[in-house]
Design a protein around this ligand. Structure first.
Ligand SMILES: C[S@@+](CC[C@H](N)C(=O)[O-])C[C@H]1O[C@@H](n2cnc3c(N)ncnc32)[C@H](O)[C@@H]1O
Length: 340
C-alpha cells in the first residue's frame, strides 16, 4: 500500500489499520508546542525538544558537544516528496557537498566519546562513506534487510539499507549485552554432563542469546497494523533505532536526530529513558512526532523488544509467553560504563 503524501492528505483506513495521523485540530494544538531555534541555548534547554525548522537554519543555534549519539537518517540521493517538501536527486558531487555540509553541522554536536549512525541506500553509501572516513572513525557498516523492495526487470531487487556506525574517537561506549538477539536453537549441543551449551531450555522451547552481527534480518518496516506506523514515506522501525540507542548510550544520555521525520528516534529515546533533540522541517511530521511522544507516556513498549530482549523476526507468539529473562539486566550492566 503506497503511503499518501502532501500536506493535509488523508485516506480512508481499514478498521484494523492503526496508522497514526493528526486531525486538523490536533495539528493546530501540537504546533503550539513545537520549537524553533532562534538563539544559542545550553544543552539542558534543548532536552526533549522537537524543533520544526530547516537543519541549516537551526545549525548556528545548536550547542557543541552535547550529543552522546547522533542518528542521521537523511534524504537519500533520490527524488522524494516529504509531505510537499521535495528532495530532488542530484549529481554525485552535489549530493556529496550537501552531505558534507550536514556533517559540518552535526559532528561538532558530539561529545568526545559520542557515536554516530548514518542510514543510507547502497548508492548513497558510495558517496558518503569517504566523507564519514574524513571526519569520524568508521567502525562498521550494518546491512538491514528490509524484506520489502521493488522488483526490477534487469537488476537485483534492492531490499537492503546500510547503517554506518562511526565514533568521534577511539574511546566510545558500546553495550553489546543490551542488544543481543534471542534465537531458537537449531543445534542444541550439550556438555558432557548433559547441560545445555550456551542456550536455555524452557517449556516454550530452546533459545540462545547471540552476539548481534552486522546483518539485521529481524526487523520489518512499520506497516499499517502496527501502532508505530505513520504516513511518513521513509519511517524507520522503532526496533531498529532501539538497537542503536541501547548499544551506544547509557540511560539519561542524549540523542540528536537532525532529520527527525515522524519522530522515531525521539520516541524510542523517550521509551528507553534517554533525552533527545530532533530537528525536522515539516510541521505535520513534527506533530506526528509529538502525538507519538504523548502515546509513549502511556505505552513504552517497542515491538520486537520485550523485557530487555530483542527477538528474531516472526517470534511474536513466543514473546508473549516468555516474559522476563537475562537481558533485562543487560542494560544496567551498561550503566556501569563500558567504554572501549
Ligand atoms: C529519511 S527521512 C527521516 C525519517 C525518520 N527517521 C523517521 O523514522 O520518521 C528524512 C527527513 O528529513 C527531513 N528533511 C529533509 N531536509 C531537511 C532539512 N534541511 N532540515 C530538516 N529536515 C529535513 C524530511 O522532511 C524527512 O522527514
Amino acid at each position: 500500500m503506497r503511503k499518501p503524501s502532501g500536506p493535509g492528505m488523508t485516506r480512508e483506513r481499514a478498521p484494523r489499520n492503526r496508522t497514526l495521523s493528526c486531525s486538523d485540530q490536533e495539528i493546530l494544538g501540537f504546533s503550539q508546542s513545537l520549537r524553533r531555534l532562534t538563539e544559542c541555548l545550553t544543552a539542558d534547554a534543548l532536552d526533549n525538544v522537537v524543533a520544526n525548522q530547516d537543519l541549516f537554519e537551526a545549525a548556528e543555534f545548536l550547542p557543541k558537544g552535547f550529543a552522546d549519539l547522533v542518528v542521521i537518517d537523511p534524504p537519500y540521493n533520490l527524488s522524494k516528496d516529504f509531505n510537499g517538501q521535495a528532495f530532488k536527486a542530484r549529481g554525485k558531487d552535489e549530493y556529496s557537498s550537501w552531505f558534507e555540509a550536514v556533517l559540518e553541522i552535526v559532528v561538532p554536536t558530539l561529545t568526545p566519546h559520542g557515536s554516530v549512525y548514518v542510514c543510507s541506500d547502497w548508492k548513497t553509501s558510495i558517496l558518503i562513506a569517504p566523507l564519514l572516513e574524513k571526519r569520524l572513525r568508521v567502525r562498521n557498516r550494518i546491512t538491514w534487510e528490509r524484506e520489502k523492495g521493488r522488483g526490477a526487470r534487469a537488476n537485483w531487487k534492492n531490499n537492503t539499507e546500510d547503517i554506518w556506525f562511526c565514533t568521534a574517537s577511539d574511546s566510545y561506549y558500546f553495550n553489546v549485552d543490551a542488544v543481543k538477539l534471542k534465537r531458537k536453537v537449531i543445534a542444541p549441543y550439550r556438555s558432557d554432563d548433559g547441560q545445555p551449551k550456551d542456550w536455555e531450555e524452557s517449556a516454550d522451547g530452546n533459545y540462545r542469546l547471540t552476539h548481534p552481527a552486522n546483518f539485521w534480518s529481524d526487523i520489518t518496516i512499520p506497516f499499517w497494523s502496527m501502532s508505530e506506523n505513520t504516513d511518513h514515506p521513509t519511517q524507520k522501525p522503532e526496533k531498529l533505532i532501539a538497537k542503536l540507542i541501547l548499544a551506544s548510550t547509557v540511560r539519561g544520555g542524549c540523542v540528536f536526530d537532525p532529520f527527525l521525520g515522524s519522530g522515531t528516534t525521539a520516541v524510542v529515546a523517550k521509551k528507553l529513558g534517554r533525552r533527545f533533540l530532533g530537528v525536522e522541517q515539516n510541521t505535520e511530521y513534527c506533530c506526528w512526532a509529538l502525538k507519538r511522544l504523548e502515546a509513549a507516556e502511556r505505552d513504552s513498549s517497542i515491538q520486537g523488544y520485550v523485557d530487555g530482549i530483542f527477538w528474531e523476526r516472526n517470534s511474536l507468539s513466543h514473546q508473549k509467553v516468555d516474559r522476563g529473562g537475562p537481558a533485562a539486566s543487560a542494560e544496567s550492566a551498561g550503566d556501569l560504563g563500558l567504554f572501549k
